[in-house]
Ligand binder design. Structure first.
Ligand code: GLN
Length: 502
């Protein structure tokens, strides 16, 4: 596999990480070029990625070439797209024509996508420069990036701990200042949870808000592509470029896309009614973490928001419902990796069954195999009614529960995850314990709602994220609330002291 170059640990002082909005200003007034930005990113990647492993592939020459082209546009004073010259990293389960698209699986180790995902096309049309492909749990299945077939990513805040997952590579890359923004995918929390663990902003849009075309499917009724960035406003900008209907994805919504950046600029929380689900603070949530999130909620109250406790009793059913549905859909989606259509081709075995066994037995890791076994079981003739159908019914009830709540409140606030970033290896042998780390993100996914994670503090030096949840297609409201909170605090300006950890 085409790997990144191992660099020198020469960078002693972490350069101040800039936001996309700051960089856009500098590009526009000529104080910096896109080529310089790409060089800066590559320097940081070379310095830190040997210890973080956020990237599966760095697309150095492609990024440099593209940046040179964008710089020409700036010199000629041609009209520029909203992300012109901004380097961005892409999770490696999102198709890009340049480089590979492995989903961090051995079975796709040499796969090169023949097309770009629609989200990538839209970023490129807006002038973004794709700089590399980031690490993830194989096929987006996991919660810690430990299930990558190519080695785990480390948390830049504490390299003994996981960055979260499955988009751990994208979250760590932004947190370590390797890129100002990155794309992830979120099926049951894979953007929000790593954003929370790495102290960056991560957004899961409403189901259908962003085209899934070119995102390697896990749970097709749940998957969404979304951005990671240093600030809410940067994430709002990246999402506004990607969002909107796409004729290549029938599940993408025709609902019009509002101006998310403007929503940040005009944001005020005064007069908002904010719901705090009591189940999000129940037993099982680390007490210091809950206290940190409660403090964030208090800030909203001080600004003139009305706080209401709400109850979402089906929160406790979220993990069971989500994993039944996600694994069932996942098992179907994984059928195409049969070494005939997709998958490893250099097989030794003769005979169809033997070839399947060799390709799928050797090509898939443990969590993916669990998906196939659990999902196939849940969909099998004798068990379909008991498991998949039942889960689908409860899914509707969960969705209704949120709809009811949103009749009384504008947004919901709560923790993103019940635990802080955990130590490597502490949950890999106990799948259920790993699944439970998703208990506060999966109900929101099952309901198809938009939600984000915005940094709201630290407990023992480890980041904590605040989850902001909004009604379907009300991303603007979610951004407005999160931006107001972020700008009144300094959490997003904290940078991991990588030089001490390298
Ligand atoms: N941990 C969850 C799972 O394995 C969610 C992952 C995701 O959002 N892609 O299904």
């Amino acid at each position: 596999m085409d790997k990144y170059k191992f660099g020198q640990f020469s960078l002693k002082v972490q350069p101040k990480m800039k936001t996309i909005h700051e960089l856009k200003g500098e590009l526009a007034n000529g104080t910096v070029t896109s080529q310089q930005l790409v060089e800066d990113c590559l320097k940081t990647i070379n310095a830190w990625d040997p210890s973080i492993h956020a990237f599966l592939q760095v697309l150095e020459s492609e990024a440099k070439e593209r940046a040179a082209e964008i710089d020409k546009g700036y010199q000629q004073e041609a009209p520029q797209g909203p992300l012109a010259g901004i380097p961005i990293a892409i999770k490696d389960n999102i198709a890009t024509v340049i480089g590979h698209t492995t989903a961090a699986s051995k079975i796709l180790e040499n796969y090169k996508a023949p097309f770009n995902a629609t989200a990538v096309n839209r970023l490129e049309q807006a002038g973004a420069v794709v700089i590399g492909k980031t690490n993830l749990d194989e096929f987006g299945m996991g919660s810690s990036t430990e299930f990558s077939a190519f080695g785990a990513t480390k948390n830049p805040w504490d390299t003994d701990r996981v960055p979260g997952g499955t988009s751990g590579g994208s979250a760590a890359a932004v947190a370590a200042g390797m890129v100002p923004a990155a794309l992830g995918t979120d099926t049951g929390g894979s953007i929000r949870q790593p954003a929370s663990f790495c102290s960056v902003v991560g957004v899961k849009p409403t189901y259908g808000r962003v085209s899934r075309f070119g995102a390697i499917s896990y749970g097709s009724s749940l998957d969404q592509i979304g951005p990671f960035a240093r600030t809410v406003k940067d994430a709002a900008l990246v999402l506004s470029v990607m969002a909107g209907s796409d004729e290549l994805d029938a599940t993408s919504s025709p609902e019009s896309v509002s101006d998310y950046v403007a929503a940040c600029d005009t944001s005020s929380v005064e007069g908002m009614t904010i719901g705090v689900p009591k189940e999000f603070f129940a037993e099982g949530i680390a007490p210091e973490l809950a206290a940190t999130v409660r403090q964030a909620v208090q800030w909203f109250e001080k600004q003139g928001a009305r706080i209401r406790e709400v109850s979402l009793p089906l929160t406790s059913a979220g993990v069971a419902v989500y994993f039944l549905i996600a694994k069932a859909e996942g098992s179907v989606n994984l059928a195409r990796y049969d070494a005939l259509r997709f998958g490893k081709m250099d097989l030794r075995a003769d005979g169809l069954l033997e070839r399947y066994m060799e390709a799928r037995g050797g090509g898939f890791g443990p969590e993916v195999k669990r998906t196939i076994i659990m999902g196939t079981y849940a969909l099998s003739a004798g068990y379909y009614d008991a498991w998949y159908k039942q889960a689908s019914k409860v899914r509707t009830l969960i969705r209704r529960e949120y709809e009811q709540a949103f009749k009384q409140v504008d947004i919901l606030l709560g923790p993103v995850a019940p635990v802080a970033p955990f130590l490597f290896g502490s949950k890999t042998d106990d799948p259920l314990e790993m699944y439970l780390t998703d208990s506060l993100t999966v109900p929101v996914s099952v309901a198809g709602l938009p939600a984000l994670s915005v940094p709201c503090g630290f407990v023992d030096g480890l980041p904590v994220g605040l989850q902001v949840i909004a009604p379907h297609f009300e991303e603007a409201r979610m951004f407005a609330a999160a931006h107001a909170y972020e700008q009144a605090h300094n959490w997003h300006k904290q940078e991991p002291a990588l030089s001490q950890r390298a």
